[in-house]
Design a protein around this ligand. Structure first.
Ligand code: MRU
Length: 352
């Protein structure tokens, strides 16, 4: 299975996803600015992977600043943290990961630990996050696989696969587990996912590589297939889940959820608990990234709309919890309503 990211000899090596599926090229860097830019440009993308990449970005910043005096070192770290936070606003895993790294370096700063100790501990923390991501996704995959029956035809939107994580993936992890480990004969429909085509490029690439039958459709074809009884289930990932279960995912997810609801097709979400924003009461509190106009009006580098035309490019939308049939996490499958369940998890987290 694809591995998207590796830490090697104090450098970060990541798969450049903008080149897929035509080219599988890994970029190795020891510059945190390259990591920040890779997140911004979606060379590295998908909520869980953005989190791990940002954690390693901070490690690169720490290595770069290791020659400075203590004060300068921590000032530099705070600046790197701020730059990484500014790359993409919606996936909460970015902030979750940097908060976790922040706890490490700020507590060591308070303990007056040496710069070398801080660097070493930050690298250890990022490596722990990388490994946890693999275990978490494996658990999600196992739980989620139970939702599928032999012969299911499953629709997915965007890419919530191994490419969006360190390994396995969330939504696609469940499909992989059911297909490869449980021998269920599944077929996947991948929405192309305009404007950046994560479905057509990445989901299709990943499933084909694993030998799972996959068919690409344009985003506006899902309703037709559902109306003809050709879709049995839908599963997607999430970039940020609010306390009540409303969740943000790639633009177009909300439309798919509405279509599934109308056609009485189960609509599942698979995500780690690190994608839950326990401070966001509902979907209104989720910041939505707006990206540049060129992504919409250029097609393969060629302009497809008149110059000067108005363009909107929100990268995510919010689906209300009431359209979700079940939410698969590493702690098991949750069924709506979600509010009390998340409040309980939040209480436990605070207590622990
Ligand atoms: O803009 P992207 O490609 O980073 O958006 C990715 C998604 O919307 C995924 O569905 C989400 O991050 C879940 S990934 C396990």
């Amino acid at each position: 299975m694809i591995r998207t990211i590796r830490w090697e000899n104090n450098a970060l090596c990541f798969l450049d996803q903008t080149l897929l599926p035509l080219e599988e090229r890994y970029v190795t860097t020891s510059d945190y600015r390259v990591v920040a830019e890779a997140i911004r440009r979606l060379q590295v993308r998908g909520a869980p992977l953005i989190g791990v990449a940002a954690a390693y970005g901070l490690c690169l910043g720490a290595l770069e600043a290791a020659g400075l005096d203590r004060e300068g070192f921590f000032r530099f770290l705070a600046r790197v943290d701020g730059e990484l936070r500014g790359t993409r606003p919606t996936a909460v895993n970015l902030f979750w990961a940097l908060d976790r790294m922040g706890k490490v370096w700020r507590s060591l700063e308070a303990q007056e630990a040496s710069v070398d100790t801080v660097v070493e501990r930050l690298i250890k923390e990022a490596q722990a996050m990388e490994e946890e991501d693999v275990c978490t996704n494996e658990r999600i995959a196992r739980f989620g696989a139970q939702l599928f029956a032999d012969g299911d035809r499953i629709l997915t939107h965007c890419n919530a696969g191994a490419l969006a994580c360190v390994q396995w993936g969330t939504a696609l992890g469940t499909i992989h587990w059911a297909f490869l480990k449980e021998g269920k004969r599944l077929t996947v429909y991948a929405d192309e996912t305009r404007p950046l085509l994560q479905g057509a490029r990445l989901t299709a690439f990943e499933l084909q590589k694993s030998g799972i039958p996959v068919t690409v459709i344009c985003d506006n074809m899902a309703g037709f297939l559902m109306s003809r009884g050709e879709i049995d289930k839908v599963i997607v990932g999430a970039d940020r889940i609010a306390l009540n279960g409303d969740f943000a995912n790639k633009i177009g997810t909300y439309t798919v959820a509405l279509l599934a609801h109308y056609h009485r097709i189960p609509f599942y979400v698979a995500a780690p608990l690190s994608s839950v924003d326990f401070d966001a009461l509902n979907g209104q509190a989720i910041p939505i990234e707006e990206r540049n106009r060129e992504e919409v009006i250029l097609w393969g580098g060629r302009q497809i709309s008149p110059s000067g035309v108005g363009v909107r490019n929100p990268a995510f939308d919010v689906t209300p919890w009431s359209l979700v049939s079940a939410l698969v996490t590493e702690e098991g499958v949750l069924y709506p309503p979600f509010l009390e369940k998340f409040e309980e998890i939040k209480r436990k987290k605070k207590g622990g």
